[in-house]
Design a protein around this ligand. Structure first.
Ligand SMILES: [Fe+2]
Length: 328
């Protein structure tokens, strides 16, 4: 690629080359047409990646909550009284029987396997198609859901008021650590709804429990084996079916945004040097080191700008380009 300034238009040709190299052209077409795509396990999660990721998620859950999630029966996520007795139950985002289940974030620095979630080449190629090379991570979370009667209503992740801007502002990516299907409480989507650029209203938000029930008749369950990777547009209407099967559904999300959007987790200046040293310049950009966070004064401004420019400059050099402040 010819030398170019590091700016928001940078890298379309490079992004497409990488998509072709990885054989993801069909996934890009699905993202455009339907607002989502599912990459199969053999491409998304080779070499036992998903097994390692699942074990580490169970480790973190056990460390934070006091008991290891029971994948077979799922009692740890359904029986409130037993869960309270056996968990160091804090009530934080965890409501047995609720539509979300147990959701816990801030996983990046828990284990190197979460760095691999962030740096997955397949994931990054599709994220880059939607958000460009200066996309940043908003956060990495684990979702563990047991049997429940509650559905998660259809919604778009875009937090902006309707109508949404036509440019993509964020992107959800989800590694499925257990099989996803209707009985297991899979993700529900309305294919093509990302083109409507608004939140669903009234009955549009309701997932029918069975064909013919009231609700959004265009909602469908997404199905696939453990190890699959779901990427979806932030404007796509999505939710989740209730889980009717015993056991637990486990997934790991890595939400991505444009760099000017406030992230869920704050890593600017917070990543240990040894972690940064394990990766190339893009890892620093993805973990928000290129963000010039809000200033509290002149000295703070100088320090934060210098910090950000150090990492932006290194990233631009990797591309064979250069970083020139104030140049778009
Ligand atoms: Fe969502």
């Amino acid at each position: 690629m010819a030398e170019a300034a590091f700016n928001h238009d940078f890298g379309l040709e490079r992004a497409w080359d990488e998509i072709c190299e990885l054989g993801l052209q069909e996934n890009v077409a699905e993202l455009d047409a339907y607002g989502y795509t599912i990459v199969p396990p053999e491409i998304a999660s080779p070499d036992g990646f998903i097994e390692r990721l699942l074990e580490k998620c169970l480790d973190v859950s056990e460390r934070r909550h006091g008991v290891r999630p029971d994948l077979e029966s799922g009692y740890t996520h359904t029986d409130l009284e037993r869960a309270k007795a056996e968990y160091r139950y804090t009530g934080h985002r965890y409501r047995p029987g609720g539509p979300l289940g147990d959701v816990f974030h801030s996983l990046l620095l828990e284990d190197e396997v979460f760095e691999q979630v962030l740096m997955s080449r397949v994931r990054l190629a599709l994220v880059t198609y939607l958000l460009g090379y200066n996309a940043v991570m908003s956060g990495i979370g684990c979702w563990i859901k047991g049997p429940t009667k509650a559905m998660l209503a259809l919604h778009a992740d875009n937090p902006l008021p309707s109508p949404f801007p036509s440019q993509c502002m964020g992107c959800q990516s989800t590694f499925w650590l257990t099989d996803f299907n209707r009985e297991n409480g899979s993700t529900a989507v309305v294919p093509g709804s990302h083109k409507l650029l608004r939140q669903p209203l009234g009955e549009e938000k309701i997932i029918p429990a069975k064909p013919g029930d009231p609700g959004n008749q265009d909602a469908i369950p997404l199905e696939g084996k453990a190890g699959s990777l779901l990427i979806h547009h932030p404007c796509l209407w999505h939710g989740a079916y209730n889980r009717t099967a015993p056991g637990l559904r486990v997934s790991v999300t890595c939400f991505m945004t444009r760099p000017f959007i406030r992230t869920g987790e704050d890593y600017t200046g917070m990543i240990p040097q040894e972690v940064l040293d394990r990766h190339g310049p893009r890892f620093a950009i993805l973990t928000q080191q290129g963000i010039k966070a809000g200033y509290s004064g002149w000295d703070d401004e100088k320090a934060k700008v210098a910090h950000a420019e150090k990492y932006i400059s290194a990233y631009a050099k990797e591309f064979g380009g250069s970083y020139r402040p104030n140049e778009s």
